[in-house]
Design a protein around this ligand. Structure first.
Ligand code: HEC
Length: 113
């Protein structure tokens, strides 16, 4: 019984530290993005876009467009991501211009040709 308690306490501690760790990493990433370094479009996509578009762009949650079938140019995608469209939220206050461009470029990887 006592051992269980210790185990749970330790597990809690590890979880708590894990959370702090990932937040720290997030802050570090945000710092990197503001530097000249090229943002990672895949990382940004997985952080901000999978909730609606899904890992492969075709999940369609809240009516999200199937990105595998998008015919938009890079400029047009950048505009949609920046300003939002209908149910899609704008990302201009969340992501830098470079990050938006990187994630817009990443959406082209879903296209099957
Ligand atoms: C809240 C859910 C939601 C999130 C989060 C979201 N989208 Fe969307 N997205 C949508 C919806 C809904 C549409 C269709 C908008 C419409 O009907 O006009 C859309 C449309 C798009 C389009 C236009 C496709 C086309 O061909 O018309 C692109 C590109 C796009 N999203 C990329 C992204 C990227 C990149 C992210 C992450 C930075 C993202 N979306 C995050 C819901 C979302």
């Amino acid at each position: 019984m006592k051992q269980w308690f210790i185990f749970l306490a330790l597990a809690g501690l590890v979880l708590a530290c894990g959370n702090v760790g990932s937040q720290g990493q997030f802050a570090a990433n945000a710092g990197n993005a503001s530097e000249a370094q090229r943002p990672n479009g895949e990382k940004i996509y997985k952080q901000y876009c999978v909730t609606c578009h899904g890992l492969y762009g075709d999940m369609g949650a809240s009516g999200a467009f199937n990105l595998q079938e998008s015919q938009l140019s890079l400029e047009e995608r950048t505009a949609v991501i920046t300003n939002g469209r209908n149910a899609m939220t704008p990302f201009q206050s969340l992501l830098s211009k470079k990050e938006i461009k990187a994630v817009a470029e990443y959406t082209f990887t879903f296209q099957e040709d």
